[in-house]
Design a protein around this ligand. Sequence first.
Ligand SMILES: NC(=O)c1ccc[n+]([C@@H]2O[C@H](COP(=O)([O-])OP(=O)(O)OC[C@H]3O[C@@H](n4cnc5c(N)ncnc54)[C@H](O)[C@@H]3O)[C@@H](O)[C@H]2O)c1
Ligand SMILES: O=P(O)(O)OC[C@H](O)CO
Length: 356
Amino acid sequence: MYKVTVIGSGNWGSVAAKLIACNTVRLDSFHDEVRMWVFEEKLPSGEKLTDVINKTNENVKYLPGIKLGKNVVADPDLENAVKGANMLVFVTPHQFVEGICKRLAGKIRADAEGISLIKGMEVKKEGPSLISNLITKQLGINCSVLMGANIANEIAMEKFSEATVGYNQNKSAADRWVQLFCTPYFNVTAVQDVEGVELCGTLKNAVAIAAGFVDGLEMGNNTKAAIMRIGLKEMMTFSKMCFPSVKDSTFFESCGVADLITTCMGGRNRKVADAYARNGGKRSFDELEAEMLQGQKLQGVLTAKEVHEVLSSRGWLHIFPLFSAVHAISTGRLPPSAIVKISEENLRHVQLVSSL
Ligand SMILES: NC(=O)c1ccc[n+]([C@@H]2O[C@H](COP(=O)([O-])OP(=O)(O)OC[C@H]3O[C@@H](n4cnc5c(N)ncnc54)[C@H](O)[C@@H]3O)[C@@H](O)[C@H]2O)c1
Ligand SMILES: O=P(O)(O)OC[C@H](O)CO
């Protein structure tokens, strides 16, 4: 029997718990109960978020108005939440995952399998480290990934969408993850390319920041399409330069071009970057994030910084004018209008390297 714990309970974490909970009651090979670890906080009413979730079956802060399923149990104690679980779903903002893994080391079942729904990466001395790899290294477990064109609020309302599971060796584990997540309105397929799937989900957030600048400056649809095209090229080039095994075909799965499109149209990164540009860069991303997202977290600004660290340490800045501009603008070193001042020479270079 498989026992599932969801580590994280934000907007997407709550929807993931809902998807999983509807399958664990339906399928005999899974325990019905789904534990969901909650980073505890007090609500304005003075109540604890965990207590309210368990009382109302709703995450009133991060996913109001949606029932999670009666078999979802919120737990503020991380160690207790993972006790006995052999399927661990990681879904927190990427900046918190390293600390969470440190707390979990030695506390999980040796035969556990992991899956990361986290879009982001860490940069170590040796270069970019993907979150799935960090989980594997710190916890000694195999870790697949699930990414896709998945704006959580839409899936919460059971509007049809697709997702991609990326796996390396363990196809039977990947099939089990597909079974756990698939519903008639959430269609999941698996591809053997963890790094490719995860890099798509990670890098598109930096492109979405660029798309938001273009929207905020009211530059129109053609400009936005150009930014998305250049962004996709840079995503592919960066992925293949850092991880040569990444497959071209992965970029045509839900995790690739479809996620890029939906995030650049309707995501939180786009929305806050739009406001940043409308304010002429005078209000910081941190300030706008706190005001507009009320506890939800952006990943794109941090990802652009992490990508920049890799590019500057490897001497690749000139190959990635869009990623470089997103970082320079989001840190206030260039005005938002610089997003389209990408030199012809640099663009030609990006195209050349992408075609290798
Ligand atoms: N929301 C979406 O539409 C969506 C869709 C697909 C993927 N994702 C990805 O899923 C991941 C999680 O995003 P989300 O939308 O579930 O979260 P969120 O941005 O909605 O919420 C932030 C979460 O971080 C928690 N948190 C705050 N401080 C913390 C700390 N110090 N330690 C641990 N947790 C802390 C909060 O309690 C909350 O659960 C991200 O990588 C995101 O890119 C999100
Ligand atoms: O709202 P965003 O910008 O964090 O994007 C959400 C998802 O990643 C879309 O798949």
